[in-house]
Ligand binder design. Structure first.
Ligand SMILES: [Zn+2]
Length: 283
């Protein structure tokens, strides 16, 4: 996919308060890779750890040295997906006693001690205040972070720079996701620092695009159902006709998340079939 940009900078200083180090894990789902952010004037707070790619640690250390820093003061995570917290162990080996926090929620196994961080519990760094904002939908444990001094948002995987977000069928929820987008819009942030892709200068504009995109997909699905196109594979064939077939599995997940949302709202019914895809119908 085109959003895997090989020229995406490996490190960048994005403002007086925000630096970025790339997780070096490019791919279809991660774009150029996971962005990790260093926030503060000194002793920076690190947001996310990347996937645990070996070359990330020397890259992080080189960037810390470039800024005259020795190590992150602490780590805060956006959510449990491996490309965000897979780097915890290598960071702990290098920086002994490093504190790590996330919202602990439906987590089966966590690597070592993790502090529980909740919506609204301010994280104070050097010259910065980060406020966790609970934003489920992509993942049930997802926190965004509002940077008070810049009126900026670290959106994790809720808003991305260059792609739409996947709502996984196991732990995702589109109804929650849309509520999370509306909550972020209400914060009236300016910049968005996404976990994948470049900085978004017009934060509210991008959030509105995301909401509009989902509503457009929902209309397309309702049109399919009205035309008796009733299974997910057939809906994907029709709605994603112009999208490469290699992406149809991801598209099917997206259609399923829409149908589950509509079912929760009492607008569609699922008829489970033995040995075949479910049929969906308008109520
Ligand atoms: Zn994720």
């Amino acid at each position: 996919m085109s959003w895997i940009d090989p020229d995406f900078p490996k490190t960048a200083t994005l403002s007086a308060l925000v630096g970025r180090v790339l997780g070096l894990n490019p791919g279809m789902m991660t774009g150029p890779g996971t962005n990790t952010y260093l926030v503060g004037r000194r002793d920076p707070v690190l947001i996310d750890t990347g996937a645990g790619v070996t070359d990330y640690l020397p890259l992080l250390e080189a960037y810390l040295a470039e800024r005259g820093w020795t190590q992150p003061a602490r780590v805060i995570l956006t959510h449990r997906h491996r490309d965000h917290m897979g780097g915890i162990e290598q960071l702990r080996r290098r920086f002994r006693g490093l504190r790590v926090a996330k919202m602990v929620h439906r987590d089966a196994a966590l690597p070592g001690p993790i502090e529980d961080l909740r919506d609204g519990e301010r994280v104070e760094g050097d010259g910065v205040t980060l406020v966790p904002v609970y934003t489920p939908g992509h993942a049930s444990d997802h926190l965004c972070y509002y940077l008070v001094e810049e009126r900026a948002l670290f959106t994790g995987d809720v808003v991305l720079g260059g792609s739409t977000t996947v709502i996984p069928s196991d732990d995702g929820d589109l109804l929650d996701y849309l509520a999370s987008l509306r909550r972020l819009l209400g914060l009236d942030a300016r910049r968005i620092y996404p976990a994948h892709g470049p900085v978004i200068e017009d934060g509210p504009g991008r959030i509105r695009e995301y909401i509009d995109h989902r509503l457009m997909r929902e209309r397309q699905i309702l049109e399919c159902l009205a035309d008796r196109v009733e299974t997910i594979p057939l809906m994907v064939e029709r709605i994603y006709a112009e999208v490469p077939r290699s992406l149809h599995a991801v598209a099917a997940m997206s259609v399923e998340s829409h149908l589950k949302k509509l079912a929760r709202e009492g607008r569609v019914l699922e008829h489970r079939e033995r040995d075949a895809a479910s049929r969906w119908q308008l109520v």
